[in-house]
Design a protein around this ligand. Structure first.
Ligand SMILES: [Zn+2]
Length: 129
């Protein structure tokens, strides 16, 4: 049972545009995160942050920036993989079973590299570990 809608050439063009836009957005956010975390660090360093309570909140802020940066880098890598798949013509097919991932799933998650059944299988295997 795999009654998902396959992709057409025009859909592929749309997804390529979506992915390119996503990539630009992620890059901009990454830049913002770097600037933000630099500022937080600089504030601690320059002694602008006077008491330890402030310092810990700035450190926390810096940690948040780092976690967010890490998340953005992972997202960016996924977008790059998806764009490569567009270029090689394998975009929209499941990397595990080779079936169509389906328009609906790709619309909600353009970087998806597996069909829903395979993704669910992966997640249930992960949960067991
Ligand atoms: Zn699959």
């Amino acid at each position: 049972m795999n009654n998902v809608e396959p992709l057409f050439a025009r859909d592929l063009d749309d997804f390529e545009r979506i992915l390119q836009a996503e990539k630009r957005m992620l890059r901009t956010r990454l830049k913002e995160m770097r600037t933000g975390s630099d500022e937080a660090r600089a504030a601690i360093h320059d002694g602008q942050v006077s008491d330890t309570k402030d310092e810990s909140s700035f450190k926390q802020l810096s940690d948040t920036y780092m976690a967010e940066t890490a998340r953005l880098i992972v997202e960016l890598a996924k977008v790059d993989v998806a764009l490569t798949r567009v270029a090689t013509g394998s975009y929209g097919t499941c990397e595990r079973c080779g079936r169509d991932i389906g328009l609906e799933r790709l619309t909600s998650q353009p970087t998806a590299d597996r069909c829903l059944p395979c993704q669910m299988l992966r997640e249930s295997q992960r949960a067991k570990k």
